[in-house]
Design a protein around this ligand. Structure first.
Ligand code: G1P
Length: 300
């Protein structure tokens, strides 16, 4: 059991987003929108609704829009105030007040482990922290991270988020093997980063949500010192070493995940959240109904 409360989350957002070019030529992929909120907003909501307010973004060149998004927009507020749009003012203010934001820069892209290390100086010795990658948006009653925190509080060991993926997609993820110790909670035996489909130990994939501890950060530090120039450092490299001596748990969380780092994932998320959106859902449903008639024609 762990008494150490998780108060900080590291969100690496320095990646180029080449899968969305040209849209990401001059804007961060994390700022692509799902209906009317950028993808990164959903991730911050997940952290905040899990009780975590200290949010550190690991950014890079070309990511300033993220800082502006979570800052006050004073000029915009003035314009909205002249036209009496109080609701809009409070909705954009609320974005800046969701958490306490810190920004560190990863100067060069050397892997997601290296990105996490760029923020490691903000984590105290003995302190656990959460890591959320900027792509995996989950719609669930209880935030996926909160579900993971419950597992951490019970076992006191690092926790990764798991999802079963189609066997032919195992080469896109870190894949684990493990023993189910209670419903949907696995004690992990092994983890392999992006194995070939035939070598995957299972179809249980790690999605971009982790609860790590200071020891994992220390392993990352050690690995970076020993890695040759240019070699990418991944979080999985550290998890593998940690696993040799200590347990790591995996939680098959409840909720619907969207990989918003891929075109199809972002499209699916857009449809999913549009169908739940107070302002547009009726009109959008009507549109989909019409479309489905046409689709029947095209698909047969
Ligand atoms: C990272 C991790 C991988 C994990 C994936 C989830 O890969 O290294 O183990 O399955 O995130 O999104 P990346 O997407 O950075 O290539």
């Amino acid at each position: 059991m762990s008494n150490t409360k998780i108060t900080k989350v590291i969100m690496p957002v320095a990646g180029f987003g080449t899968r969305f070019l040209p849209a990401t030529k001059c804007q961060p992929k994390e700022m692509l929108t799902i209906v009317d909120k950028p993808v990164i907003h959903f991730l911050v909501e997940e952290a905040v609704n899990s009780g975590i307010k200290d949010i550190t973004f690991v950014t890079g060149r070309g990511k300033r829009a993220i800082e502006d998004y979570f800052d006050y927009a004073v000029e915009l507020e003035q314009v909205l105030s002249i036209s009496g749009k109080r609701d809009l003012i409070s909705s954009i203010r609320q974005v800046s007040e969701m958490g306490r934001f810190t920004y560190v820069r990863q100067k060069e892209a050397h892997g997601n482990g290296d990105a996490i290390l760029s923020a490691a100086h903000l984590i105290h010795r003995g302190e656990p922290c959460a890591v959320l990658f900027g792509d995996d948006v989950v719609d669930s009653e209880i935030p996926a991270l909160k579900q993971m925190i419950s597992v951490f509080e019970k076992y006191g060991d690092p926790v990764v988020a798991l999802e079963e993926v189609p066997h032919n997609k195992t080469n896109l993820y870190g894949i684990v093997s493990g023993k189910e110790v209670e419903k949907n909670v696995f004690q992990i035996n092994s983890i392999v980063e992006k194995p070939s489909v035939k070598n995957a130990p299972s179809n249980l994939a790690v999605v971009g949500k982790y609860i790590i501890n200071y020891e994992i950060l220390s392993i990352l530090k050690r690995l970076r010192q020993n890695f040759s120039e240019g070699r990418e450092l991944g979080i999985t490299d550290a998890l593998k070493i940690y696993l040799k001596d200590k347990p790591i748990y995996g939680l098959k969380f409840t909720g619907k995940r969207f990989d918003c780092g891929s075109k199809i994932g972002l499209l699916e998320a857009t449809v999913h959240f549009a169908l739940k959106h107070k302002e547009v859902n009726q009109e959008f449903k009507a549109f989909l109904k019409k479309l489905s008639k046409k689709l029947k024609y095209f698909l047969t």
